[in-house]
Design a protein around this ligand. Structure first.
Ligand SMILES: Cc1ncc(COP(=O)(O)O)c(C=O)c1O
Length: 454
């Protein structure tokens, strides 16, 4: 698709920027140190600024615009719903909410057939944990160090990455453990089978020492996203399922990022043949056109709240505009074979293309991923696997990654950069030509990263 690009209008861009800097308080940022790009528009896989620069978005926003920007059918569905019934309180049965729940439940694995709607991913995680605690009568929740689960109180405490540190109150009943990651194995493993077996042993040991009867839930991202896109080794998630069953622990899979086509399946759990007790989703459910998330609930846990009220709710739970966007998004994904496209692009374009880049660029330590969910682990040295920048580096220490990011942008690619990694996470309906364009821009940017290898 050749996207429509508006005429450059730097003056309008400057006004947008000035108002932003005067009044918008941005997430995760030192407010005085940021310089947000003023965006004039977006369509499909691209967005553009007021100066006439167009970018291929290899971030899908925050990994959520799975059908790209401004899909006309979803925009029309939101407009139609706005004209029909813009909003209505959650206690009522509303056609579009019922339909969204049905379409989601039809696609979630196993018996995850009841849907509790939230406004986003963190609230989904909060409610999944609450359900698990009430279902089991236990408090503790186990989560992985290499993880991100959201920024509300419980979700940020469950999160492993450094965004937790400033809000870690240590009282949320969270215990963290090491999930498998062969390239940087916490278990000194050299094969996937070893990594899987040792990670499972470590998890079971952690449970034994914490006291199995104190643990309500284990939460894992099916494929950890922001933490580095580490596809779990064969047998690991099935092993976690068994451990949960053995100790009566609720198994929560967080598919906020990995769900809705990202991995080339509707849900990543399908790759591993596992069914959790609760599954969180958000982002791709409606490509974030209107905020929406939720928890898909198994029969067993739903039954806990058959006669006993569930003590949780949100004013905008199942908001009609968000649900209309979800219904249209899911229909578009079916009609346009978006999930199949994600699998095809991963297998035939991005996977081989990124591996080919790794052969030529010494800064690429590992290429890993599936579907349209890929990470390049950048290193100073391939032998030692020393990351290109230290964990959680900032300022001068992060200069090599900053230079890589700037080079990508100069080549028309908006890159996802996290610590020593870049993730190739375009829309699930990215075309072959767009994916190749992205690979060419990454090629140029990696040349800059290579300068920092030794
Ligand atoms: C796996 C995962 N869980 C939860 C969240 C939190 O979602 P939200 O930002 O919508 O609250 C995210 C966000 O990136 C995520 O990637």
């Amino acid at each position: 698709m050749t996207p429509h690009v508006i005429e450059p209008d730097p003056q309008a861009g400057a006004a947008v920027k000035a108002a932003d800097r005067a009044h918008v308080f941005h997430s995760w940022s030192a407010q005085g140190l940021i310089d947000p790009l003023a965006v004039a528009g977006a369509e499909g896989s691209y967005f553009w600024d007021y100066d006439g620069n167009r970018y291929l978005d290899f971030t899908s926003g925050l990994v959520y615009t799975n059908i790209g920007y401004q899909h006309p059918r979803v925009v029309a569905a939101i407009q139609e719903q706005a004209a029909k019934l813009t909003t209505f309180a959650p206690a009522f049965a509303i056609d579009v909410r019922s339909e969204a729940a049905r379409l989601i439940a039809e696609r979630t694995p196993g018996d995850l057939d009841k849907i509790f709607f939230t406004n986003g991913g963190a609230e989904a995680v909060e409610n999944a944990v609450r359900m698990a605690r009430l279902h089991t009568g236990r408090t503790k929740v186990l989560s992985a160090y290499r993880s991100y689960h959201g920024a509300t109180s419980t979700a940020i405490n469950l999160t492993g990455d450094p965004r937790r540190w400033a809000s870690d109150n240590g009282s949320a009943g969270v215990v963290r453990f090491w999930a498998p990651f062969l390239y940087r194995s916490p278990f000194y493993a050299t094969t996937e089978a070893e990594e899987s077996a040792r990670a499972l042993q470590h998890l079971e040991d952690t449970i034994a020492f914490e006291g199995p009867a104190t643990i309500a839930a284990i939460i894992l991202e099916t494929v950890p996203g922001t933490a580095g896109i580490m596809t779990p080794p064969p047998g690991y998630l099935a092993g976690v399922r068994e451990i949960c069953d053995k100790y009566g622990i609720v198994f929560v899979l967080d598919e906020v990022m990995a769900g809705f086509g990202r991995t080339g399946k509707w849900f990543a759990a399908e790759h591993f043949d596992v069914v959790p007790d609760l599954m969180t989703f958000a982002k791709g459910v409606n490509s974030g056109y209107v905020p929406l998330g939720g928890v898909a609930i198994s029969e067993k846990i739903a039954a806990t709240f058959d006669k006993r009220p569930y003590p949780g709710g949100l004013t905008y739970s199942g908001h009609p505009l968000a649900c209309a966007a979800a219904v249209a998004t899911i229909q578009v994904m079916e009609d346009e074979k978006v999930v199949e496209n994600a699998a095809h692009i991963g297998e035939n374009v991005l996977g081989p293309g990124l591996r080919e880049l790794a052969e030529r660029h010494p800064s690429v330590g590992e290429v890993r991923g599936l579907g349209v969910f890929w990470a390049l682990d950048l290193v100073k040295n391939r032998e030692t696997r020393e990351p290109l920048v230290p964990y959680n580096a900032a300022g001068e220490a992060n200069a090599p990654m900053a230079a890589f990011g700037a080079a990508a942008k100069k080549n028309g690619l908006w890159p996802f950069v996290n610590m020593n990694r870049t993730h190739a996470v375009p829309a699930c309906n990215v075309t072959e030509a767009e994916a190749k364009e992205g690979l060419a821009a990454l090629d140029a940017a990696l040349t800059v990263a290579d300068e920092h290898t030794a």
